[in-house]
Design a protein around this ligand. Structure first.
Ligand code: C2E
Ligand code: MG
Ligand code: MG
Ligand code: MG
Length: 281
């Protein structure tokens, strides 16, 4: 009896695997098509100064305008892109589109344009030896000064080893800034800071202060200050959090309290009239 049940479990297990495998193949094929069909979009979330909330930069966040399922967020398709290698062409598109848009803002708004555009790069992309050259091409083709681009990497890059770090170093040599995203959630946060040069760290939103002790946020602010690294606090949802982070020494923040990710046209509207930005929070 136990054996029969075990067997049934095994069938359910393998059916589940097959279903997941089929689902993965389906989404991957669809995503490949979507990339060619131009169904991907970038939304931009403001990075603001504390305490004033003035727009300093934006982070590009990819979306998929799916013909049947509507607007999908990265959680719905980035894992499939990473698993299949599609993240490489997808990431190339994100990079070029963000540079194109940032250069457009610069021409249209001059001094009022976002000073930086941040782009998320997967560990898988850092394995590509040509990534730094691709970034240089994107900057040149769109006429965007290197210091206006920020490349966000996560701590998973640390376990990817020497080759990935050599790529990071080449990217910084271009004059592009590198940011450690979701800081504090990785396995080797301090090791990373000891071994690599980055320009910015983004305190993960899980450390945004809640009432009570906020030891991690305090410690990160102190470490960053000691190392001369710029900080951004992610996922700031309340005025109290913004106030507290400012008091801890965070000069930059990002979060729903200030603004949600939005299409490029909404950023244009906010640049023309800052009151628009306040209304989107
Ligand atoms: P991330 O880079 O840490 O981006 C921040 C995420 O937090 C975004 O989710 C943003 O919408 C969300 N967020 C911003 N403010 C708040 C807040 O106040 N509260 C809460 N709860 N969430 C907030 P999104 O757009 O769904 O992106 C999720 C992740 O997907 C990103 O995390 C990033 O790791 C990845 N991703 C997004 N775009 C790309 C891309 O072009 N390439 C790659 N490789 N990954 C991307
Ligand atoms: Mg990011
Ligand atoms: Mg983040
Ligand atoms: Mg995060």
């Amino acid at each position: 009896e136990a054996k029969a049940r075990g067997n049934g479990d095994w069938h359910r297990y393998t059916d589940g695997l097959e279903a997941r495998g089929a689902e993965r193949a389906r989404v991957t094929a669809e995503l490949r098509r979507a990339l060619d069909a131009g169904e991907l979009r970038l939304h931009y979330q403001p990075v603001v100064g504390l305490p004033d909330g003035d727009l300093l930069g934006v982070e590009a966040l990819v979306r998929w305008q799916h013909p049947e399922r509507g607007l999908l967020g990265p959680a719905d398709f980035i894992p499939y892109a990473e698993g299949s290698g599609l993240i490489v062409p997808l990431g190339r598109w994100v990079l070029r589109e963000a540079c194109r848009q940032a250069a457009l803002w610069l021409r249209a708004h001059g001094d009022r344009a976002p000073r930086t555009v941040s782009v998320n790069v997967s560990a898988r992309q850092l394995h590509e030896p040509g990534l730094a050259a691709e970034i240089a091409d994107a900057l040149r083709d769109h006429g965007l000064p290197a210091h206006r681009l920020v490349v966000e990497i996560t701590e998973s890059t640390a376990v990817e080893g020497e080759a990935a770090w050599a790529t990071v170093a080449r990217i910084r040599e271009l004059g592009v800034r590198v940011s450690l995203d979701d800081f504090g959630t990785g396995q080797s946060t301090l090791t990373m800071l000891a071994h690599c040069q980055v320009d910015q760290i983004k305190l993960d939103r899980s450390f945004a202060p809640v009432p009570g002790p906020d030891t991690i946020a305090t410690a990160v602010a102190q470490v960053a200050r000691a190392l001369g690294i710029e900080t951004v606090a992610e996922g700031v949802e309340t005025p109290a959090q913004a106030q507290r982070l400012h008091a801890l020494g965070f000069a930059r923040a990002q979060g729903f309290h200030f603004a949600h990710p939005m299409p490029a046209a909404d950023i244009d509207a906010a640049l023309d009239d800052p009151a628009v930005l306040a209304a989107t929070a």
